[in-house]
Design a protein around this ligand. Sequence first.
Ligand code: HEM
Length: 151
Amino acid sequence: MTPEKVKLVQDSFKKVAPIAPQAADIFYTRLFEIAPDVRPMFPDDMSGQKDKLMGMLATAVTNLHQVDTIIPAVQELGRKHVGYGVKDAHYKPVGEALIYTLEKGLGDDFTPEVKEAWVTTYTTLQNVMTAAASDVAAPAAKKGFLARMFG
Ligand code: HEM
């Protein structure tokens, strides 16, 4: 992640932060439109979830220039997501809903450069989360036949 991209993401996030509740609404409405199968994973009452997502994004964005400091927390988040039933394939619609939300929230400020910087940011988070998630899934899958039967 280049310093230029980091700055583009941080500056654009500052513009979305004041409309965080609306942005979260746009995000989840879009997500459940394009990936209705994920709706049951979330609670009926989404209010707490919205704060969590925006809070995590804020932390990630604020610390992008020192990404090493948030990697353990992002790995932990990836492992937690396995417990929510999240599979690698779900990251695509979530990323799409995020980009859609930024496009709506930022309007003309969502230039191709800003978009590319956000795609890089999301892809980085996704890669760290799914790598950590595959470590959780791996031990059971690697077990031999007898261990699976009797272990
Ligand atoms: C970069 C990608 C993502 C980020 C930053 C993120 C962030 C978060 C955060 C911060 C939480 C709250 C965790 C906690 O309570 O400790 C959460 C929960 C959750 N996330 Fe994600 N998430 C991401 C991707 C996904 C994907 C791809 C899915 C799949 C649909 C997903 C589904 C969920 C679900 C179902 C919960 C739990 C909801 C609940 O019971 O409250 N997330 N996420």
